[in-house]
Unconditional design. Structure first.
Length: 446
């Protein structure tokens, strides 16, 4: 017998009918695929795992949140520095926007190259190797002699920063089912804090020491992080024995099988496209006719700190997703994000209005992101890295397009062009969620 609702399918079984397999070896290919299909149908862990899995220590959760925050910051240091980089290499607004786009496009590529390997290799070692590669990429960024070198280095920084999305499913794997929403929410909050505080750090340091110093310091931080990862994170053995091509084929199979994954990937891409359009162009808005700030990079960094207020809601959002279901919080996130862009369009030329709009936008985007990840991790526990790869690939493709289109909209129509882009993107997202939601209701009732 099974009790079904829209966001999850919870199996009801009797304890005396449960058999626990004591074999701890990774599943072979055929066995893993069958197991994955069974788990996808069930939508949750086996009862034995639910009963016996220990709670993940809070210190480990916070360590993972800090790890992802420090890594993901490397992608976003560039945004407050775009005006300074444009002056260094003589680039237009649209062309320097391509540098930000390349970092996010590189992250999308890194999803395909590295994230599925979290289901195949020991995760701590994989994370350590990617941190070291990120260190090298940041050094190349700091020493770039021309725009082409800078673009290639920015792309490499993005590729190896995909490491973040090896860590998140690692955290979901370690967490007990009853705490997974809160754990994912906390770790994802680390990502958004890293995204937002990266702007504060790079804007401040860039204004004092120049944009190259930002990347030199970031490279040193990666060396420290490598030591912490090696000594503090737990070992995590692989759950499957699959080759990389088999992992990719199985990821495509997951896309075909699960409408929830397709919906989450689409909504995540739209959320992040609007988010990236705003943050890529904010430095030009603050340095333009509305504000006339001489050091726009430092002020943009201040708004990164403001946005962190919205990121603080992530654990609460994860708890609400656990309690009411992810679709409930996704709908709230969509409407809140839409309202924030309309508010920014009308009130963004006033400093207080801009502060309020940034808080609302970051809270909305964060809520949607945590809710999406909470529900995709419930699809198939043995495939969390591949599920995360699909979702985050689409997420960063959306972010890359948003960075480029945001710069283009700024060039064409100024502030209202950027806010109009965010508004239209979120209207499309609301329409898509409504369509998927109705279809889910129909299927659950049939």
């Amino acid at each position: 017998m099974r009790i079904e609702r829209e966001d999850a399918i919870v199996p009801v079984v009797h304890l005396d009918s449960v058999r626990v397999r004591m074999d701890t070896k990774p599943a072979r290919v055929g066995e893993a695929q069958n197991h994955g299909m069974d788990m996808a149908k069930a939508g949750t862990e086996p009862l034995a795992e639910r009963a016996e899995q220990a709670l993940i220590p809070q210190t480990t959760v916070w360590l993972m949140a800090i790890t992802v925050g420090v890594i993901v910051a490397n992608i976003y240091y560039v945004q407050p520095l775009l005006a300074d980089i444009a002056n260094t290499f003589g680039l237009t607004v649209t062309r320097v926007g391509i540098v930000a786009m390349l970092s996010q496009a590189g992250t999308a590529v890194g999803m395909f190259l590295f994230v599925p390997l979290g289901d195949k290799y020991e995760r701590r070692t994989l994370i350590l190797l990617l941190v070291i590669a990120e260190f090298v990429s940041l050094l190349l960024m700091a020493t770039a002699p021309n725009a082409l070198w800078l673009g290639c280095a920015a792309f490499a920084v993005g590729v190896f920063a995909a490491n973040v999305h090896v860590v998140v499913p690692f955290a979901a794997h370690l967490a007990a089912p009853q705490q997974r929403g809160r754990v994912v929410g906390t770790v994802v909050a680390g990502i958004l804090f890293g995204v937002l505080l990266a702007r504060t750090f790079s804007g401040s340091i860039g204004a004092l020491l120049g944009w190259r110093a930002v990347y030199g310091i970031a490279a040193g931080a990666m060396l420290i992080l490598a030591v912490v990862v090696r000594t503090k994170l737990p070992v995590s053995r692989p759950e499957l024995v699959l080759s990389w091509p088999e992992l990719m084929r199985s990821a495509l199979q997951l896309v075909r099988q699960h409408a929830v994954l397709r919906e989450s990937a689409l909504l995540g891409a739209i959320f992040f496209s609007a988010f990236s359009a705003f943050w890529t162009t904010l430095v030009f808005f603050l340095g333009g006719t509305s504000y006339h700030y001489a050091s726009a990079s430092a002020i943009t960094g201040f708004f990164g700190l403001v946005g962190a207020v919205g990121a603080a809601g992530a654990p609460t959002v994860g708890h609400l997703a656990d309690k009411h279901g992810p679709r409930f919080t996704i709908r709230i996130a969509l409407w809140l994000s839409l309202f924030s862009f309309l508010f920014l369009g009308f009130a963004g030329k006033h400093f207080v209005g801009l502060i309020v709009g940034v808080i609302l936008m970051d809270l909305g985007v964060q809520s949607g992101h945590v809710s999406n990840q909470t529900r995709i991790y419930s699809i198939d526990p043995s495939a969390r890295s591949r599920l995360n790869m699909v979702y985050m690939f689409c997420y960063f493709i959306g972010g890359a397009l948003g960075s480029y289109l945001g710069a283009w909209c700024w060039h064409v129509a100024g502030w209202w062009g950027v806010c109009g882009f965010g508004t239209m993107a979120l209207v499309l997202a609301i329409a898509a969620e409504f369509t998927y939601g109705r279809r889910a209701v129909v299927l659950s009732g049939s």
